[in-house]
Design a protein around this ligand. Sequence first.
Ligand SMILES: [Cu+2]
Length: 127
Amino acid sequence: MYRRMGVGVVVLLVALVAASCGGGGGKPSGEQPGGPSAGAVVTVTEKEWSITFSTAALKAGPLKLTLKNEGSIEHNFIIKEANVEVDSIQPGQSKEVTVTLKPGTYTVMCNIAGHAEAGMQTSIKVQ
Ligand SMILES: [Cu+2]
């Protein structure tokens, strides 16, 4: 049994080495071999009057959002369809929230009166 496992590991290693020596022809893959449990990290910058995601390529599953308020007044962070609400992010402050999103389109906004209307509303696509 141990012998069999040993052979399996060797075969796997050879396959990995072969893959990594395969030349520069392949495009780099964004997939991490560690598995999906790690979750992606995305920075969201809020200020007057915008909400900006560090990446537009959001994948379904656990997502760690770092919410940065780079404005000069307090803001909130809402993902409507996912019932995510982070209140009272002060100027210069960062808050972290982990969300698990399914594929779809979500409305992201600050719900302080007048802020969404002024531009602090956007939609994100999760694939
Ligand atoms: Cu706001």
